[in-house]
Design a protein around this ligand. Sequence first.
Ligand code: NAD
Length: 500
Amino acid sequence: MSDSSIVLSLPDQPREFGFFVDGSWSPIESREVFERFSPGHGVPVTRIPKCTDADLDAAVNAARKAFDDRRWSGLSGADRAAVLLKAAEGVRTRAEEIAYWETLENGKPISQARAEVGGCVGMFEYASGLARSLHGDSFNNLGDGMFGVVTREPVGVVGVITPWNFPFLILCERIPYILAAGCTIVAKPSEVTSATTLILAEILHDAGLPAGVLNVVTGSGSTIGQGLIEHEQVDMLSFTGSTAVGRRVVEASGKSNFKKLGLELGGKNPQIVFADADLEDAADGVAFGIGFNTGQCCVSGSRLIVERTVAEKFASMVAEKFRKVRVGDPLDERTQVGAITTDAQNTTIMGYIEKGRAEGATLIHGGEQLDFGHGQYIAPTLFGNVTSEMTIAREEIFGPVLTVMPFDTLEEAVAIANDTEYGLAASVWTKNIDKALVVTRRVQAGRFWINTTLSGGPELPIGGFKQSGWGREAGIYGVEEYTQVKSVHIEIGKRTPWVA
Ligand code: NAD
């Protein structure tokens, strides 16, 4: 990109948002608020209401009523698709606005935010097709006296809890599919990145979504989030966030109404590089895999597992990429790596870097905060001499920190890759198709990339093996998660009497 790239300006004053229940906006006045400071600039950018328990009840009741009176689930798939297509157009039209607020609240580079919002348009378009094609099954093989039909029905009221790392993208990997299935929704975004979820509520309302079908409440996880996961009137909960909170969600379901759960949790994802890979391409991909979104990405490739014969050379190639990558102001169009989203996450990442040093790993690159005179930034960091017992090799850091571990055989590479409680994603880099396929089959992960990483789209499902979660989002699998099947037995002719 040229030096004349635009650096967007900061807002003159924080933008205020209300919350959205039953088709109406509740203003911020007379409520406590969260004031969000841009992590890239340290200035206030948004003000979001702290909803109360009564607000949450109103939102769930609105979603309950909208589901039970069939104002959405009773429509034809074609009518639901029409709303989703209009919403796609609304996201396209307001893409720049969405990307801007996403960047301000999250700290991600504006160019990346724009690309993510562009991808979200495709999510709505694709889900609109699924609204029309979703169907059940029939069994014509039960004998002359019986016909069997399986119908797919929407689960009901769905709570959607999202994290701060991809506030709009993660939302759009869920909302269009949930709506395609015919469910109604109460969404609770992360308290630090609520703006774009509220903008989406406006877009869906303008697209003709009936009142009560989507409701958005804002507030902290421990109050509004906890209330939502425990709510007796919520039939399903889609939770995306940390494994620790995921456990609470499971507990809350068991203690309340056994609501169905979709869980998208943490990851500690391997990048396996064989000596026969296109090493230049792989080094770029590996750097991207951990630098993208400052490594605050559930599918970040945070463990580099590389064939010993090229390990040293390859680590230097990755370090060279880290040296060249443009870290800085998220509002500068040239920036590739932005700010760390929260103070707490900044402290956590720096703590892991300290621990890596203390446990004997060798710092090859980075390891420090970068000072641009505003905001909080961490240099992409590379550690060598890492062993599988070290904390930095085991725990999800959720930052731009990559560990290098060498291997000698394919079996050893697979064993290291699987030596984790997580199973979210994995990548393999090799020009040998046999190796690529063997590794793909043996490594336990819900998403796999061969000679690429972090690609995605509306067609392919998202989700984890092991402690990375339950269920799948996106694709046809994503819509099916939000349905339940009913088997219908239809007698043809006369039943054989029970009592003669
Ligand atoms: P988090 O678990 O702290 O918070 C996620 C959401 O849960 C937020 O909206 C928060 O307010 C809410 N929450 C917090 N406590 C709650 C409670 N007691 N009850 C109900 N809701 C509660 O996670 P985070 O720090 O926002 O995000 C980082 C984590 O998310 C990482 O572990 C990352 O791997 C994971 N993540 C996973 C995926 C995936 O698809 N697997 C995607 C993105 C992020």
